[in-house]
Write a protein that binds this ligand. Sequence first.
Ligand SMILES: Cc1cc2nc3c(=O)[nH]c(=O)nc-3n(C[C@H](O)[C@H](O)[C@H](O)COP(=O)(O)OP(=O)(O)OC[C@H]3O[C@@H](n4cnc5c(N)ncnc54)[C@H](O)[C@@H]3O)c2cc1C
Length: 376
Amino acid sequence: MKTIIIGGGIAGLTTAIALEQVGFETAVYEASPQLGVAGAGIWMATNAMQVFHRLGLAEEVNAQGVSLDRIEVADHKMKSIQATEQLLFVEAFGYSVTSILRSRLRDILVSHYGKQIHCGKKLQKVEADEKGVQAFFEDGTSTTGDILIGADGIHSAVRQQLVPSARIRYAGQTCWRGIAPISLQAPLEKACVETWGKDYRFGLSVISDTEVYWFAVAKAPEGQRDEGNRKAKLTKMYADFGDPIPAIIAATPETSIIRNDISDLKPIPKWYQGRICLIGDAAHATTPNMGQGGGQAVEDAWFLSQILKEESQPELAFKRFQDKRRKKVDQVVRTSWQIGKIAHLPFGQGLRNFLLRKTPKALAEKQMLALYNIDY
Ligand SMILES: Cc1cc2nc3c(=O)[nH]c(=O)nc-3n(C[C@H](O)[C@H](O)[C@H](O)COP(=O)(O)OP(=O)(O)OC[C@H]3O[C@@H](n4cnc5c(N)ncnc54)[C@H](O)[C@@H]3O)c2cc1C
């Protein structure tokens, strides 16, 4: 089956690899002139790592990233509030969470795909009938196929056509991200830590022996821009946070700091129509508070490829895909949104941290086991 994939992000590339492995002919069309990737680092959680294992990518992802042994929430002085040891998940599923530079992950996906990515192809519109599907690009070219997968992210043009009423929700928070060229020592060299201060959050993890990926989150009006030097602003915001946070900001080059508002997609009723199906952020973008947007995109790739292998009627396959994925994805979107709200509760840091400390560890672990389980 000839498959047009719109978008060369995590969802599009992983789906292309997975579909090629089950015998489909795929072509990936990416809007950017080159496969650039913004966003510093990313945590690929245990569910994503299991899919990468099934696709033969996991060892390389681990070799080029850092497999973490602890995930921790701490207060702004780096005092632990809640920690989850990853050994439990390694024993259950074979993998922990891997922290990796986004561009390294992209390069691994591109090299395993092995085919040319058609860059500079921004989708304008799609037409489909009972015989096939045709994609039209802004450069005036077009292509035909049997099915089309919309993996074109939160602002998806494919979704805009399928579900014009879809709504992106601003979470009320903005996020700066960067890479600091420094090394961290034990106990941080294999941990990811998210610190919750009164007004701000800061997360960090090592992505190689000499690089630390970090993010900083604060409430802000939608679309607000930084005036002047970002590093100077962040240095001030995080001045009273515990070591090594000020040192990480100090070591980061100003030019490498990026900023994005945090948004998600209000769940849409249907991810497919006829020969067209949405996946990844195009179907169910989530806020990043659980580090699961990319993980869910990778799970989509696995489920869709396995279902399409078994079911030759595209619309039936897409229905099965949505039926299989919907519950988990909706829960991630909902829970992640709530975590973002709790992390910035207006009525006091102390109460918020107390509530988190009181969350039974066994309950948190049970929820993680369910989240990481891949039921296919
Ligand atoms: C601050 C932050 C931190 C995050 N941290 C994590 C994390 O640690 N772990 C995790 O799992 N997830 C994380 N995420 C979420 C993760 O980045 C996304 O869920 C993931 O990138 C979604 O992949 P995707 O391929 O669906 O979409 P995208 O990565 O957005 O890729 C879509 C691609 O489609 C292309 N495109 C767009 N429009 C068109 C068009 N019209 N025609 C052709 N191509 C088009 C784009 O150029 C892009 O290359 C984070 C997100 C944010 C904002």
